[in-house]
Design a protein around this ligand. Structure first.
Ligand SMILES: [Zn+2]
Length: 410
C-alpha cells in the first residue's frame, strides 16, 4: 500500500479528552476514530490489526472443533424473558421499541439465541456436542465508557458456545478451550495469567478470565509465586504474603494490575432448563444440555497490546498482528523504490511504502508512531543495500533485497 493513499493522515496531537495510552496513540496513528463515548470506527490500519487478531483466534478455535457462523444483533424481548435476563441484566442492555411498541434489545451476548437454535435442531444425544461461534458486535451500556478502545459501548467479540450431553463432556471441552485460549494469547505475544473469577450475570459458578499484566490495568489479581494459582479481587479472600490456598508451599506474592482480554464460563444446565432444551439420551430419558460460553474481545486485545507495547514515539507492534510486515521508506532523491516495493509484494510481503513528498524527519516520526516492526530505508549512500531497522531496537543493518525477502520466508 502506498502511504500517500492511506486514509487518514497521522495527527501530531492526541484528542484533548484522551487519558489512556491506547486512546492517544491509536487515534494519533490513524487506527481508530471516536464517534461518541465508547463508540469507535476501526480505520483501515485498525481493521488490518483486527483481521489478523481474528485470524489467530479463528485458527485456534477451529482446531478445537468450533464452527463459525453469524447471528443477529437485534433480539426480541420474549427470548430474553425466558431466562429472566431481560430484567436481571437490565443495567447493561440497550433496549428499544419499534413504531408498534414491540420491544427489542441490542445484543450484549448470545446464550439465549444459541439455546433457541439448539432446541430447534437438537433432539438426540447423537446430535451432540455442538460447538459454534461468531465474530460480531456487542452492545453494553457502560457508565464509564473511557479507557480508549478498552471499554466500549459497542465493541467486537468472538463468542463461542458449546453444548454437551454430560457434565464431563462440558468440563473436558472447557479445559480444551482454556488450552486454545492460552495458545491464542501466547501467539498474540502477551504476558498473561489464567485467573479464577466470578460469573457476573452469566453464572453462579467460578469462571476463568485471561488477564494481561499491565500497570495501568483496571482489574486486580492475586498470584502465587510457586504455582499457577491466580484469583481476581472479587473472589480472593486472603492477603498478600499469606500461603497459597492451592499449593500450600508458595506465597501470594503480589497484587497485580491487569487488563482482561478473554473469559470462559461453564454454564451448566441453567439455560437448558429455563429454555427447555432437552435431548433424548441413550436410555430414552429427557435431559437438559450442558452448556458453556467463551469470549474474546478483539478490539480490546488491540487496545491492550498498545498499553503494553509502546514508547514515547509511538506503538510497537509484533509481527503477528502488525498492520503491515514492512514499512518501506525512501529518502529524497531515490529513484528505484517502486521496484523494491513491487518485488517485496510479489514475494507475498505486506508493505506500507511511504511514497509521500515530505521531509525524511516526518517519515521517520510517522513510522515510529504507526509502529510496524520492520522499517526499510532506501537511500543513495547505501548503494544496492537497504537499511533494515526493527522498531524495538536502535541498531540497524544493511541487507540486500534477497536477504530481506528470505528473512520473511513467505
Ligand atoms: Zn500456589
Amino acid at each position: 500500500m502506498r502511504q500517500s493513499q492511506l486514509f487518514p493522515k497521522t495527527r501530531k496531537e492526541a484528542p484533548k479528552d484522551a487519558t489512556s495510552v491506547n486512546h492517544k496513540l491509536l487515534v494519533r496513528a490513524g487506527f481508530i476514530d471516536q464517534l461518541m463515548a465508547g463508540s469507535w470506527t476501526l480505520l483501515p490500519l485498525g481493521w488490518r490489526v483486527i483481521t489478523k487478531i481474528n485470524q489467530i483466534i479463528r485458527e485456534e478455535i477451529n482446531a478445537v472443533g468450533g464452527q463459525e457462523m453469524l447471528m443477529p444483533l437485534l433480539h426480541p424481548k420474549e427470548i430474553w424473558s425466558e431466562t429472566g435476563r431481560w430484567d436481571k441484566a437490565d443495567e447493561i442492555m440497550y433496549k428499544l421499541k419499534d413504531a408498534r411498541g414491540k420491544e427489542y434489545v441490542l445484543s450484549f451476548t448470545h446464550e439465549e439465541i444459541v439455546m433457541d437454535l439448539l432446541r430447534k435442531n437438537i433432539t438426540s444425544y447423537q446430535d451432540l456436542p455442538v460447538c459454534v461461534y461468531h465474530f460480531s458486535t456487542k452492545f453494553r451500556h457502560e457508565l464509564r465508557a473511557k479507557s480508549g478502545i478498552l471499554r466500549g459501548r459497542e465493541f467486537m467479540m468472538k463468542d463461542l458456545y458449546s453444548a454437551h450431553t454430560t457434565e464431563k463432556g462440558l468440563t473436558d471441552y472447557y479445559e480444551k478451550v482454556k488450552g486454545a485460549y492460552s495458545k491464542i494469547f501466547k501467539r498474540l505475544g502477551f504476558n498473561f495469567r489464567v485467573v479464577e473469577a466470578s460469573g457476573g450475570v452469566f453464572t453462579d459458578k467460578h469462571t476463568h478470565e485471561f488477564q494481561v499484566l499491565n500497570a495501568n490495568g483496571e482489574d486486580v489479581i492475586y498470584i502465587c509465586d510457586s504455582c499457577d494459582f491466580a484469583q481476581n479481587k472479587e473472589i480472593f479472600k486472603g492477603k498478600v504474603g499469606e500461603s497459597c490456598p492451592r499449593c500450600k508451599k508458595g506465597k501470594i506474592s503480589e497484587e497485580a494490575k491487569t487488563v482482561e482480554v478473554g473469559n470462559i464460563f461453564p454454564l451448566g444446565t441453567w439455560y437448558a432448563e429455563r429454555m427447555r432444551m432437552f435431548f433424548t439420551d441413550r436410555d430414552g430419558g429427557k435431559k437438559p444440555v450442558w452448556f458453556g460460553s467463551y469470549g474474546i474481545g478483539p478490539t480490546r486485545v488491540m487496545g491492550t497490546w498498545v498499553e503494553v507495547s509502546h514508547d514515547q514515539s509511538g506503538i510497537i507492534w509484533n509481527r503477528e498482528i502488525s498492520p503491515f510486515d514492512i514499512h518501506l521508506i525512501e529518502l529524497p532523491g531515490v529513484k528505484n523504490t517502486e521496484k523494491i516495493y513491487e518485488d517485496l509484494k510479489a514475494a507475498g510481503i505486506d508493505v506500507l511504502w511511504d511514497d509521500r513528498d515530505v521531509p525524511a524527519g516526518q517519515k521517520f516520526a510517522d513510522s515510529d508512531l504507526i509502529g510496524i516492526p520492520v522499517r526499510l530505508v532506501v537511500s543513495e549512500r547505501n548503494g544496492d543495500k537497504i537499511e533494515w531497522k526493527e522498531r524495538f531496537s536502535n541498531t540497524s543493518k544493511l541487507l540486500t533485497l534477497n536477504e530481506i525477502i528470505n528473512s520473511f520466508g513467505k
